[in-house]
Design a protein around this ligand. Structure first.
Ligand code: CA
Length: 726
């Protein structure tokens, strides 16, 4: 047990906490009050019935998408387009670490369950933000470097008095919702020699906790596992890509998939296809929908001899929720070559298609299409691009396959470097979209971005530090210097797009300075809430997109907000905290947004008057040590840095401020450089690189960083021009 803080739930808590008194008829109120009284004895007492009937208790937000259909729409309407201007901070709670925050909080009967960096779980009183308990799963910090995109976590699930969290190091844990103590723990990794990580929120369906994993950039084979919610016993596992062709396939899904892969290089490479984020569940069809990720390696020539669709990469797969058996799939990007994951948020709804109501699944994956799919059969109903796409000339509706544009995107065919749109963070990444049934619109946090892709003539190899494949993935992909980087990224920007899924057209949009703005929430008050990369929390009119409210958030905001009510008061919560993939790897580019990482829970209500906490100002940049004249060593250091360090500390050693900017090391840190690399700074998540480098190589990296510290004095003008574009 690693419980850190605990205060028991107040027995005096209202027995109808969480129920919006005004909106419920008397009879219904009585029956719900009885349920709620029970909930005081057992917090987070959520089951199938409650989840399926979530609209009957709109004051709660009981699963990550609020409902199994994952619409992220709230029927609450005490806060509306008429009074949202009076929204003020009700309370804030400071998280322990200032790194990326991507969690959607859960609120049940007046208690909020949310997560911060390194999968730390917080139970807070939803009325005032007071800590009830905190649970730190002690994620293995030595393995933090095996996570592609910061030590983020997207939140918990709850079920019958337990809280479930996926831990960055690959564990799934159940916590007693009353005491904050661990109930069970399983290691979900199929192979502990490979870099599996978990950042996604679990879902609980039919008494089973479902969780996937990440790691396709590091050479793993993806799968989803379901565990008994009570005991943690494994119920089923569904692999998303085939294993060794010499072994029998695991079920019908793998039988279908195996025929679409060629050669056996993918076995060592892992194949990828990790399901690191989205699920949706239709209880009537008893289908669980899995969003599947990109290939490992990215280059299809190395992965599968440039042949085959490579199922189920970049696919939506429907499986039987009880058994994990394959039912249908739709592949968004056959034979994916650009990191076009289909792990993006999926929304279930009933839409009028050709005049008839259809049960559909909607997704806007990285590849830039917005898909409407029949969720019983997997039939493609429509698909349109939400942003410019250079890799495709459009959709062939007869076959349901995109028409590829080889000239502009097939880098492995002619060996030419290609600037491809969208690029690896997609037209839309993990930031959840939302669907408002009143306006009929989907609110998508979208990206406009292009990046280079290039075929590497020698087969990429695992580097000796665990199973990282970064060199193989990245070489040739990013411009060699800062000027090239800025040139490539000058058009990168963000957009909030309100999309009509029936007409497949944009209704309105709002531009943002950079990519990686927050997920969205929409409400019956005709509102859309979103946080921004440049540090604001904002409300728009859901029908027109008019901005109705805005406040500073003291940090970039990526996570999707939620709304709930306690004792008749409606609240809106934003998890603020800059970090994640963009600000770590391409920190250089995120600086345009001018944000700092400062992680806190920000909760608003009408007339709230709490004061916003602000981060301390950054210290001045120290003077760097003398520059080495050994240019060969600096060059070697640059290559090592690119392969091992850039994923977290930023390409070209420009940090987005989440992890230390290594161009700004203090004299003391320069002294300790070898010790830090070999010993790690484990509590902060910096692993030991003793097995990766020789002391000479460490010195080469150090010399490169000193060079970059000197560059810092001179490259101000390029940055000024880049940032002036905001
Ligand atoms: Ca990926």
């Amino acid at each position: 047990m690693r419980q850190i803080g605990h205060a028991s739930l107040s027995g005096a808590r209202s027995t109808v906490a969480g129920i919006p008194l005004k909106s419920l008829a008397g009879a219904l109120l009585l029956s719900l009050a009885a349920t709620s009284a029970l909930a005081v004895d057992m917090p987070a007492n959520v089951d199938s019935q409650r989840l399926i009937a979530a609209d009957k208790e709109p004051g709660n937000w009981m699963s990550t998408g609020r409902t199994y259909d994952e619409q992220r729409y709230s029927p609450l309407k005490a806060i509306t387009d008429q009074n949202v201007g009076q929204l003020g901070l009700a309370w804030s709670y400071k998280l322990d670490l200032d790194r990326g925050v991507e969690a959607t909080p859960i609120v049940v009967d007046g208690v909020m369950y949310t997560t911060g960096p390194f999968s730390v779980v917080y139970a807070l009183d939803a009325r005032d933000g007071k800590l009830i308990w905190k649970y730190d799963p002690q994620s293995d910090r030595n393995r933090a470097g095996e996570a592609c995109c910061d030590a983020v976590n997207r939140g918990v699930a709850v079920w019958k008095g337990k809280v479930y969290v996926g831990v960055l190091d690959g564990r799934l844990e159940a916590i007693d919702a009353k005491t904050g103590q661990r109930a069970w723990s399983v290691d979900t990794r199929a192979d502990d020699k490979r870099s599996y990580t978990i950042t996604g929120a679990p879902r609980v369906v039919n008494g089973k906790v479902v969780i996937g994993n990440g790691g396709a950039e590091f050479g793993v084979r993806g799968y989803v596992t379901a565990y008994d919610a009570e005991t943690g016993k494994e119920a089923w596992r569904f692999y998303t890509v085939p294993g060794d062709p010499k072994l029998p396939p695991e079920g019908k899904g793998m039988e279908i998939a195996a025929k679409t892969w060629h050669g056996d290089a993918f076995v060592e490479q892992g194949g990828g296809g990790t399901a690191w984020d989205s699920f949706a569940f239709d209880p009537d069809l008893n289908l669980l929908y899995i969003g599947v990720g990109n290939g490992s390696l990215w280059d299809p020539k190395w992965r599968s001899q440039a042949k085959g669709d490579n199922l189920f990469l970049s696919s939506i797969v429907a499986v039987n929720a009880d058994t994990g058996e394959y039912v249908w799939h739709y592949q968004t990007t056959p034979g994916d070559a650009w990191d076009y994951t289909a792990t993006q948020h999926m929304i279930l709804a009933e839409l009028p298609i050709n005049g008839k109501p259809r049960k559909v699944l909607m997704q806007a994956p990285k590849n830039g299409f917005f898909y409407v799919i029949d969720r019983a059969t997997g039939e493609l109903l429509s698909a349109k691009g939400i942003v410019p796409q250079s890799w495709t000339k459009g959709m062939d509706m007869k076959t349901g396959r995109p028409i590829f544009d080889d000239e502009n995107a097939a880098y492995w065919k002619d060996g030419k470097r290609k600037l491809v749109t969208p690029a690896f963070w997609g037209a839309h990444d993990w930031q959840p979209m939302s669907y408002n049934p009143n306006t009929g619109l989907v609110y998508i946090p979208a990206h406009i971005m292009s990046a280079y892709y290039e075929h590497i003539p020698e087969a990429p190899k695992r580097n000796p530090f665990k199973s990282m494949y970064q060199l193989g993935l990245r070489t040739g992909m990013m411009p060699e210097n800062v000027d090239g980087l800025l040139e490539m990224a000058k058009g990168w920007s963000g957009k909030l797009i309100a999309w009509d899924p029936v007409k497949q057209e944009r209704v309105w949009e709002v531009p943002y300075v950079t990519i990686f703005n927050g997920g969205t929430l929409s409400t019956a008050g005709n509102l859309v809430f979103e946080g921004s990369a440049d540090g604001r929390v904002i409300a728009y009119a859901a029908d027109t997109g008019n901005k109705l409210w805005e406040q500073p958030a003291a940090s970039g905001v990526m996570a999707a907000p939620i709304t709930y009510s306690v004792d008749g008061e409606q609240y809106v919560t934003f998890m603020a905290g800059w970090g994640g993939a963009f600000s770590t790897f391409a920190g250089a580019l995120s600086l345009r947004a001018g944000v700092q990482p400062f992680s806190q829970v920000l909760t608003y209500k009408i007339g709230g008057t709490a004061k916003l906490r602000e981060p301390a100002p950054r210290p001045d940049t120290p003077k760097p040590p003398a520059l080495s004249t050994d240019t060969a060593a600096i060059e070697a250091g640059a290559k090592l840095y690119d392969g091992y360090c850039s994923q977290c500390h930023g390409i070209h050693a420009v940090s987005g401020g989440v992890l230390p900017d290594l161009r700004k090391l203090t004299a003391e840190k320069h002294q300790m450089f070898l010790g830090i690399l070999f010993g790690g700074r484990v509590p902060d998540g910096m692993p030991s690189f003793a097995n990766a480098f020789t002391p000479e190589q460490v010195d080469q990296i150090h010399q490169y960083l000193i060079k970059r510290s000197h560059d810092l004095q001179n490259e101000g003008e390029a940055w000024k021009q880049f940032n002036a574009k905001r």
